[in-house]
Design a protein around this ligand. Structure first.
Ligand code: PEP
Length: 251
């Protein structure tokens, strides 16, 4: 079965009011979107429910993070089961901003991934190398070790159909410096090879691997032609009308 094209919009800590988010929802609600593409947007957690309530049914929402415990004295955190209770189907985990600014290591990301899957959340799992690591020819090594930490923590029966892997080179996030189609394809191919070796052939064949890092309306179509690029995770451009063109990149 072909992998369904997937486009996620990561609003990060933007924009600053519910009204601005409703304006984005209006653009999406009125747009002609490729019905074959799965669309998920991730506003700050405070806005998940108001945004979900004003979005058309075929657009889902994602939290930008969650903790790995169900409940308790963890001030400031949200649990996977609370997201499920609020009917939020997806969560982004392992984003490079969380790894860098909030010191989340790969093992911690693995525990959160397991907790999210156990609670029946779907996970957009982010991996990617820094510029220094790429220049040292360590892209595959870094990405594989980020994935290995997750594989080590997930039980064998974990359902990989609930994971979308986002390959997001750190040097491309928010920089305007997009990976070339060949660079993205190579990294995505390597991720599939890793899954084949360390999980299974079926998981390698069926898991969506999406690209993130300065995707725009101008560069999305060429990236989308690559055989192992199954969609995008979009930051800055997800707040602009051009997000519609990115959603339709595979049409
Ligand atoms: C992101 O934050 O996941 C991202 C890819 O950002 P941008 O598209 O702005 O590079």
């Amino acid at each position: 079965m072909p992998r369904q094209f997937f486009v996620g919009g990561n609003f990060k800590m933007n924009p600053s009011s519910v009204e601005q988010k409703k304006a984005i929802a209006k653009i999406l609600n009125e747009a002609q979107l490729d019905p074959a593409t799965e669309v998920v947007i991730a506003p700050p957690s405070l806005y998940l429910i108001p945004l979900k309530d004003c979005l058309r049914r075929d657009i889902q929402v994602a939290a930008q993070n969650c903790y790995h415990k169900t409940s308790g004295a963890f001030t400031g955190e949200i649990s996977p089961s609370q997201l499920v209770d609020a009917r939020v189907p997806y969560v982004i985990l392992g984003h490079s901003e969380r790894r860098t600014l909030f010191h989340e290591d790969s093992k911690f990301v693995g525990h959160k991934t397991k907790a999210a899957l156990d609670a029946s959340l779907k996970v957009i799992l982010c991996v990617g190398e820094t510029l220094q690591e790429r220049e040292a020819d360590k892209t595959a090594e870094v990405v594989n070790s980020q994935l290995q930490a997750v594989v080590d923590i997930l039980k064998e029966e974990s359902d990989w159909s609930n994971i979308v892997i986002a390959y997001e080179p750190v040097w491309a996030i928010g920089t305007g410096k997009v990976a070339t189609a060949a660079q993205a394809q190579e990294a995505h191919y390597d991720i599939r090879e890793f899954l084949k070796k360390h999980v299974s052939q079926a998981v390698a064949d069926n898991t969506r691997v999406i690209y993130g890092g300065s995707v725009t309306a101008a560069n999305c179509r060429e990236l989308a032609t690559q055989p192992d690029v199954d969609g995008f995770l979009v930051g800055g451009a997800s707040l602009k009308p051009e997000f519609v063109d990115i959603i339709n990149a595979n049409r």
